[in-house]
Design a protein around this ligand. Sequence first.
Ligand code: FE2
Ligand code: FE2
Length: 162
Amino acid sequence: MPNSHLHELFTDELRDVLGAERQLLKGLKKMADSASGEELKSAFQEHYSQSEEHINRLKEAFSSIGLSFRSKKCKAMEGLLAEGEEIMDSFEPGKVLDAALVAAAQKIEHYEIASYGCLVTWAKLMEHQEAADLLSQTLEEEKQTDGKLTEIAMSQANVSTE
Ligand SMILES: [Fe+2]
Ligand SMILES: [Fe+2]
């Protein structure tokens, strides 16, 4: 395999992102419950289902290269979710909380985009084509979610209608 020096790093990052996705499932549930805007609520619910699919794809990616399906705790996601909790405790439900939830969710998406972006690059460099394809699909969905959050922010959460 070419660039085999990346193998350990790739494996470690794959386990980290699996941990991140699992931790995020709990966070998204709380975020959906705290959102007031219907569109934002359903965006969180939709991303919950997508994240379950991301975990399935990771399972396939692990097995495509003969690795055991194991996660590790993602400290970055833990911190991002802790900030999200802080926000939910600081604001009453309504527009401002929704704007804050969009911001918290976009920080999470950007973290995931960076992680999957690196994983796709490393998978390609090691010629793990199947894993690269699976991880690219998830990367695209994370980007779409980020874009959708921007739309919601610009059309609703961040805009005053008074
Ligand atoms: Fe994801
Ligand atoms: Fe995500």
